[in-house]
Design a protein around this ligand. Structure first.
Ligand SMILES: C[S@@+](CC[C@H](N)C(=O)[O-])C[C@H]1O[C@@H](n2cnc3c(N)ncnc32)[C@H](O)[C@@H]1O
Length: 144
C-alpha cells in the first residue's frame, strides 16, 4: 500500500516506489515508525558491531583510529581526532565506536528530531556524552 497524497491506494507490485511518494519523503519517514519497521536491523547490537568492525577494517580508517587518534604529547588529554557521523540516526555507529575510542570526539548530525533525541538519550545512558555531541539539522549541500 502506498500513500498517494492523503489517499491510500493499492497499486500492486512496482519496480520503484519513488514515483509514488513525495520527493522529500525522507523528511517525515525517520520517526518512531522507522524503528518499528527497521528496528530488527538498526536496534540489533550485533549488526551494529559487525558494521563497525567493517568500518574499522578499512585501512585508512583503522590507522586514523589506532595511531594519531590517541593523545600524543605528554599531558595532552584532548583528542586530535573528530569524527562526523553524518545522518547518524539514533547514533548507533558513533556510540559503538565511542565505547572503543573514548579519546576520540564524535559528532553526529541528523534531520530527525526523534532520532537525535534518542541518540542523546542513549549516549547519556552509557555516560558517553563527554566525547559525543549530537546535532539536529540538515547540513546544506548534501544534495537532498
Ligand atoms: C537509513 S537511516 C540510517 C541512520 C544511521 N546512519 C544508521 O545506520 O542507523 C538514514 C538517516 O539519514 C537521515 N537523513 C537523510 N537525509 C538527511 C539530510 N539531508 N540531513 C540530515 N539527515 C538526513 C535520516 O533522518 C535518517 O536518520
Amino acid at each position: 500500500m502506498v500513500l498517494l497524497e492523503t489517499k491510500k491506494v493499492q497499486v500492486g507490485h512496482v519496480d520503484s516506489l519513488f514515483p509514488y511518494v513525495k520527493p522529500d519523503w525522507w523528511k517525515d519517514a525517520f520517526n518512531e515508525m522507522y524503528l518499528r519497521t527497521d528496528g530488527d536491523v538498526v536496534e540489533d547490537p550485533a549488526i551494529t558491531d559487525a558494521e563497525c568492525t567493517d568500518i574499522l577494517g578499512i585501512p585508512s580508517v583503522a590507522s586514523l583510529f589506532s595511531g594519531p587518534s590517541q593523545p600524543q604529547a605528554v599531558g595532552e588529554t584532548k583528542s586530535t581526532i573528530r569524527v562526523l557521523d553524518l545522518c547518524c540516526g539514533q547514533g548507533r555507529h558513533s556510540i559503538n565506536l565511542a565505547r572503543k575510542y573514548p579519546s576520540v570526539e564524535f559528532h553526529g548530525i541528523d534531520q530527525s528530531l526523534y532520532l537525535i533525541e534518542l541518540a542523546k538519550k542513549l549516549a547519556k545512558e552509557e555516560r558517553l556524552s563527554t566525547n559525543m555531541v549530537y546535532y539536529w539539522g540538515r547540513p546544506p549541500n548534501l544534495g537532498c
